[in-house]
Write a protein that binds this ligand. Structure first.
Ligand code: NAD
Ligand code: UDP
Length: 325
């Protein structure tokens, strides 16, 4: 297959490009490197079958040659990233999705949208299955991301219904692993960076909010499964093992052997209280489920972070609240 991976220079995208190349596919990566990094794909540029076109998918871009599948991962993804770039985030979900759908339709290619658990907002139903419509504040600070992805799902479905596009939607729950940016502000990268630097782990609120953390290799297997399938979805992709943020901090301290303290900070506005995927549909449709336990995934991630020059070593904050041992 010749697969276009929009956002292929990012965290998930670079792992997906690697997985596709390793099974013999040809990959055309499109990325503007706004939140991704050239270093993520530097090793792939030497491989036959890999090509990267730096471009903004919300503007005009060209893809030469055949296309069998288009995967849309191009969007700011961490809360600090998308709140810093609200209009670019909305454009990535709207114009970006439309442009990539047009590309797929032109080539008769499969289109896979990387949507998100954020379409469920701060869910009032727990755990979340795909029939839940969500609880999103349309004008809150997270809305630029949540509503962009909800629109992306809507326009993807409209292309399927009105243009006969072959589309699949996956809703990705919090995924972590090597190649996250140390400064992306997401909780796993932040805690690991802080633990390795001996700085306090910044827990928002009282840390009782939950997330379900999926290791990147598991997630990428789900993505390739959706590329190969003809299912429309949406399918939740995530690891249903739910943890509080405070539990996550404890595990990070354990596996890094760090003696960092825990510092409680205010909970951001509209921060979802809990999140856990029901993955029955992905299990039945793709034969997929997450396999890597949190401790193992965090260990692999911390080992990788420890080798990275941009894992910032910062002095510990002076005012700390509590200490986990
Ligand atoms: P990331 O920021 O590492 O990757 C996004 C990539 O898209 C970056 O390389 C960035 O430079 C590129 N990009 C952004 N806007 C672009 C544009 N207009 N044109 C071209 N390239 C553009 O984030 P990630 O975690 O790898 O997320 C990838 C996708 O998966 C995103 O769409 C995100 O919404 C989705 N997702 C991720 C998670 C997660 O936990 N990692 C969860 C839910 C959904
Ligand atoms: N979080 C935290 N400390 C941090 C960064 C994040 O406690 O330094 C919390 C955040 O408020 C949220 C959870 O961790 O409750 C997951 O945050 P992340 O940004 O990784 O993902 P999302 O909120 O998009 O699920």
């Amino acid at each position: 297959m010749r697969v276009v991976v929009a956002g292929g220079g990012g965290f998930l995208g670079s792992h997906l490009c690697e997985a596709l190349l390793s099974r013999g596919d040809t990959v055309c990566c499109l990325d503007d490197f706004s939140s991704g990094r050239a270093a993520n794909i530097a090793h792939l540029l030497r491989m036959p079958g890999f090509h990267c076109t730096p471009c903004d998918v919300t503007a005009r871009f060209r893809v030469f040659g055949d296309v069998d599948a288009v995967v849309h991962l191009a969007s700011p993804a961490s809360p600090p990233d998308y709140q810093r770039h609200p209009l670019r985030t909305l454009a990535a979900g709207s114009r970006g999705t439309e442009n990539l759908l047009e590309l797929a339709v032109r080539h008769g290619a499969r289109f896979v949208l990387a949507s998100t658990s954020e379409v469920y907002g701060d869910p009032q139903v727990h755990p979340q299955d795909e029939d839940y419509w969500g609880h999103v504040n349309p004008i809150g600070p997270r809305s630029v991301y949540d509503e962009a992805k909800r629109y992306a799902e809507a326009v993807t479905t409209a292309y399927r219904r009105s243009r006969g596009a072959d589309t699949g939607i996956v809703r990705i729950f919090n995924t972590y692993g090597p190649r996250m940016r140390a400064d992306d502000g997401r909780v796993v990268s932040t805690f690991i960076r802080q633990a390795l630097a001996g700085a306090p782990l910044t827990v928002h609120g009282d840390g009782s909010q939950t997330r379900s953390f999926c290791y990147v290799d598991d997630l990428v297997r789900g993505l390739t499964g959706m590329i190969d399938a003809s299912h429309t979805g949406p399918f939740n992709l995530g690891n249903p093992a739910e943890r509080t943020v405070l539990e996550l901090a404890e595990v990070v301290l354990q596996i890094t052997g760090s003696r960092s303290a825990v510092r409680l900070l205010p909970l951001p506005v509209d921060d979802p209280v809990r999140r856990r995927p029901v993955v029955t549909r992905a299990r039945e449709g793709l034969g997929w489920h997450a396999e890597v336990p949190l401790e193992e995934g965090l260990r692999r991630t911390a080992e990788w972070f420890a080798t990275q020059p941009d894992t910032l070593v910062r002095p510990p904050h002076r005012s700390t609240v509590g200490r986990l041992s």
